[in-house]
Design a protein around this ligand. Structure first.
Ligand code: SAM
Length: 320
């Protein structure tokens, strides 16, 4: 059950009542707006409502109130959302499905409703809409049509995983899903190898092992990484270690996962700069791929196979 203390409520309404930074508790001004009044300011608003990623109690009070009051909920899969609303004890208004293939057509329907002064909610099957989920096109069309779009913050797998990962959070890059095709995914990882911020990936549990071994090879086996599995659910688990350690972890590879990998360290950056110049030098030699790999392997810490793959990636990216 979600509890809210009197202090929290004052603090929450204070954030809306007093936009100025303040140090003490918010003054209780009877004339100031409540959260409910704030939410009723602009009839014809598109609310982007975050919903739980596994634990029903993570729905917010504001999300519940708005889900109960809007005229239409646009969702990915109407059966999933209907089930969620039932569990949350929300009698469903009209639901329409909104996914990758019909987002533009749905935008028109949503804008028609907003024009008649009605409010609409957009939700995903789980988490924050429009984060690796449908929503972006609807949002941009609604903004273009001059209607208010307002977020109702809540669960997001990427942020939940990041904040508990133990990896630096001051700078991070949300990558989301990489390509499902092996060669494209490897190229995307190679392109990320010099990023210095924490990298946050979504991945299917079926590809987790392959992802970790590709990441160990292309980002470096010593990078610290975290596999955050089944967040907010009964079997929530955080596996922490280097990529090399995680590849061999005999853990369960079922359930949903977020993978986080630390950014390139200063030492790696210096080492990779040296490798870059070594590769440039070897390319000048105009030798066969196997001789080039042998030379690179001898003059670096890379195995023959790693050297071969790295040279191949380099020639692939140069020929793009
Ligand atoms: N919009 C969602 C959000 O805000 O997080 C993400 C939707 S995306 C289609 C689904 C991916 O999010 C999953 O493949 C997984 O990588 C991640 N994910 C969602 N729920 C999760 C959970 N409970 N634990 C770990 N990862 C989760």
């Amino acid at each position: 059950m979600i509890m809210m203390t009197e202090d929290m409520m004052t603090e929450t309404s204070g954030m809306i009542q007093t936009p100025e930074p303040r140090s003490g508790p918010a003054p209780l001004d009877p004339k100031s707006r409540t959260i409910e009044e704030h939410d009723e300011q602009a009839p014809g608003t598109l609310w982007l409502i975050a919903v739980p990623i596994g634990n029903l109690e993570d729905i917010t009070l504001r999300a519940l109130r708005l889900l109960r009051s809007v005229s239409l909920i646009a969702c990915e899969d109407t059966r999933t959302t209907r089930q969620l609303l039932k569990l949350l004890d929300v009698s469903p208004p009209k639901l329409i499905s909104c996914h990758e293939h019909n987002e533009m057509a749905r935008s028109r329907e949503i804008i028609d409703l907003l024009e008649s002064g009605k409010d609409v909610a957009l939700v995903s099957d789980a988490g924050t809409p429009s984060v690796s989920d449908p929503g972006y096109r609807v949002v941009s069309q609604v903004i273009e049509a001059n209607f208010a779009v307002s977020p109702i913050p809540g669960p997001c797998a990427a942020i939940s995983a990041l904040c508990a990962s133990g990896l630096p959070t001051n700078r991070f890059r949300f990558v989301g899903f990489l390509s499902s095709k092996g060669s494209a995914r490897r190229q995307q990882l190679a392109d990320l190898s010099s990023a210095q911020e924490t990298l946050v990936f979504y991945e299917s549990p079926y590809r987790l092992e392959k992802f970790l071994s590709d990441a160990a090879e292309l980002l470096g086996p010593n990078r610290l990484a975290v596999v955050a599995r089944e967040l907010t659910k009964r079997y929530e688990e955080f596996r922490r270690g280097t990529l090399a350690q995680l590849v061999t972890y005999p853990g369960v590879n079922r359930g949903e996962v977020v993978i986080l990998v630390s950014g390139q360290s200063e030492a790696e950056r210096i080492a990779s700069t040296d490798i870059e110049s070594l590769i440039a030098e070897i390319k000048q030699m105009n030798v066969s791929p196997s001789v080039a790999a042998k030379t690179l392997s001898k003059r670096s810490h890379l195995s023959r196979k790693e050297a071969y793959d790295l040279l191949r990636l380099h020639s692939d990216s140069n020929s793009d």
